[in-house]
Design a protein around this ligand. Structure first.
Ligand code: AMP
Length: 580
């Protein structure tokens, strides 16, 4: 067995690793260090985290870098801030008994000006996540023209997170003449493409078993008709009270709309898409990171690189056109060794895509049935009971109120009490889900009706229904809305059917034949400097009355119940529906 001395490392580096308790090199260190120390070849290491790959590239890097020059000579790219920080700290430890180096970590979520200051002081090695590095490049705060060594660590993960374009851009700022060292746990087509485009005759090394992908993600699909997707999504959410999830839509408009519908229906949701300002995006992401937000609806582009721990579910409301995006999306769950679930909501004609995923992942995507109404009720009831069991009783403060409570309930048996107590919350679910149809796409409606019993909030009255991004918060009431419609489209009161005013947005209906007038009329419309957005909506999302005259206060679905301690701790009720 080789020792660190025999690998050709400088004595200071050997002493540093000995201080760390590294006695013998790991297989990747034994094979990679002598090759990399030469500093003459590109390198590909197929190795997972835990194999000692950081020292395998870190030790040769420190040996090859000129400590007398302040130029940036090495760039290490890592997919996440955590890995970036880990690499930086490892590199610093390796220099303990060696020469001092200026190693700077550059990653998102921390002060950029502080990082710029550190880089400007002369960073010989920069360890960066791609997104933040691009920011620095765009601000011309970094000079990569003197880089001699580029390390792409966990390359497959960087590509999974959607950093392909960022990597291309970053590499275009580095000189042609450099060595590129790539480490990856898997070797998908995209990693091969990087090798082909950026590396010359690399030395290839495989250590340990090849990984096929994140085995901690369980992949499911539900088959559901296009028109039932939103309802099915709500079923899944209701069936998973502790979800901390990311929902993907294909377009910004869908993303915004689904998030708005979910919010209106009482879910703790928000959206992330390209129409938001950076500040708005940061705010949403902060809420999500802090788990003050339970469901984030996002576009592929906006969610690129999201690295939030503990995401339990990724739901694909539409399947992406490119398989690669499916991997990016699913990879947002099951981070840091945790388990995660990916659910693709597909219509019959999307089944092909499911088969393609299976083929490319070499594993099965199992079918999940959309839960029935009864199953949701059962699940919610148990979640409520779990919450009752877990609730922290504030003995001191509640004591003085209890005698009156006992007095009020003293003639009820234990069973009666439980029944009544459970019913307070449960009745809403029961009302909502009573006679709920089977939403599985290939099932016949059990009640024989073409449409089954639909959620009140999903009915339409036959006209064309429009979404408009203005609501009560903009000072609109029904007559003002009619004026607005008249002003932009020339349509009169008699042409406009139902108007549903919400907080930040509204819905209105007009006869199908007049729909074109609405679309054309609102093009370029602005209200107090704000762009007015009007779109035909399929969602039929409001608890609306229809031409048949149903009450616009159709039964609200229910309260959200979160049994998970993490989500219902003393930070308050932030996961509960806002609308009570
Ligand atoms: P890595 O794959 O670089 O993330 O390393 C995984 C873990 O193994 C880290 O905690 C390292 O400190 C440790 N390690 C790396 N090389 C050795 C070695 N030669 N002997 C003992 N531990 C090591």
């Amino acid at each position: 067995m080789k020792s660190f001395e025999t690998l050709g490392l400088a004595p200071g580096l050997v002493q540093s690793v000995q201080l760390l308790g590294f006695e013998t090199p790991t297989p990747i260190q034994e094979k990679a260090i002598p090759v990399l120390l030469k500093g003459t070849r590109d390198f590909v290491g197929l190795a997972q985290t835990g194999t000692g790959k950081t020292a395998a590239f870190g030790l040769p890097l420190l040996e090859l870098i000129d400590d007398k020059s302040k130029n940036t000579q090495a760039l290490v790219l890592a997919p996440t801030r955590e890995l970036g920080m880990q690499i930086t700290s490892d590199l610093e430890t390796f220099t303990e008994k060696y020469k001092p180096f200026n190693i700077v970590a550059v990653y998102g979520g921390a002060s950029i000006s502080e990082q710029i200051r550190k880089v400007k002081r002369g960073a010989q090695i920069i360890v960066a996540t791609p997104g933040r590095l691009i920011d620095l490049i765009d601000r011309k705060a970094i000079n990569l023209s003197t880089v001699k060594y580029v390390v792409l660590d966990e390359a497959d993960e960087m590509l999974n997170m959607g950093f392909k374009e960022d990597i291309d851009k970053i590499l275009s700022f580095t000189p042609e003449e450099k060595n590129t060292w790539l480490f990856s746990a898997t070797m998908p087509r995209e990693v091969r493409a990087i090798m082909k485009n950026y590396m010359t005759d690399p030395f290839e090394l495989t250590v340990g078993e090849q990984h096929v992908g994140n085995v901690n993600i369980e992949h499911f699909y539900v088959m559901v008709q296009e028109r039932d997707k939103y309802l099915a999504l709500k079923r899944i959410l209701d069936f998973t009270p502790d979800i901390f999830g990311l929902i993907f839509c294909r377009t910004r408009i869908d993303t915004q709309r689904v998030a708005e519908m979910l919010m209106k229906d009482g879910y703790n949701a928000d959206s992330l898409h390209g129409d938001l300002t950076q500040q708005q995006r940061d705010r949403v992401m902060m809420k999500f990171r802090q788990k003050a937000l339970q469901i984030l609806v996002a576009t592929d582009v906006a969610a690129r690189g999201i690295d939030v721990e503990d995401i339990t579910h990724v739901i694909h409301l539409n399947m992406p056109d490119e398989m690669e995006f499916y991997t990016h999306r699913s990879g947002r769950t099951a981070r840091a060794g945790k388990k995660g679930i990916s659910i693709a909501m597909v219509s019959k004609h999307d089944l092909m895509k499911v088969r393609q995923i299976e083929k490319s992942m070499k594993s099965t995507v199992k079918r999940m049935m959309v839960p029935t109404g009864a199953e949701v009720c059962q699940k919610q009831l148990l979640a409520l009971m779990h919450k009752v069991r877990e609730v922290k009783v504030n003995e001191g403060e509640i004591a003085e109120f209890l005698p009156a409570v006992y007095e009020e309930l003293n003639d009820l048996t234990k069973q009666d009490l439980i029944k009544r107590f459970a019913s307070i919350e449960f009745n809403r679910f029961l009302d909502y889900y009573r006679n709920a149809p089977d939403l599985n796409g290939d099932q016949k409606r059990s009640d024989g009706r073409a449409d089954g019993h639909r959620d009140q909030s999903e009915r339409s009255s036959g006209g064309t229904r429009f979404f408009i991004n203005l609501g009560k918060m903009d000072g609109l009431d029904k007559s003002k809305m009619l004026e607005l419609i008249d002003e932009y489209t020339g349509l009169e009161k008699k042409d406009v059917g139902l108007i549903d005013l919400m907080g930040a947005y509204s819905f209105f209906e007009v006869d199908k034949n007049l729909a074109d007038k609405v679309i054309k009329g609102f093009v370029g419309a602005e209200l107090q400097g704000r762009q007015v957005r009007v779109e035909v909506t399929e969602g039929r999302s409001s608890g609306s009355s229809s031409a048949a005259g149903r009450s616009s206060e159709a039964p609200r679905p229910r309260k959200r119940i979160f049994s998970n301690k993490k989500f219902s701790d003393n930070k308050g009720d932030r996961f509960h529906r806002k609308r009570r």
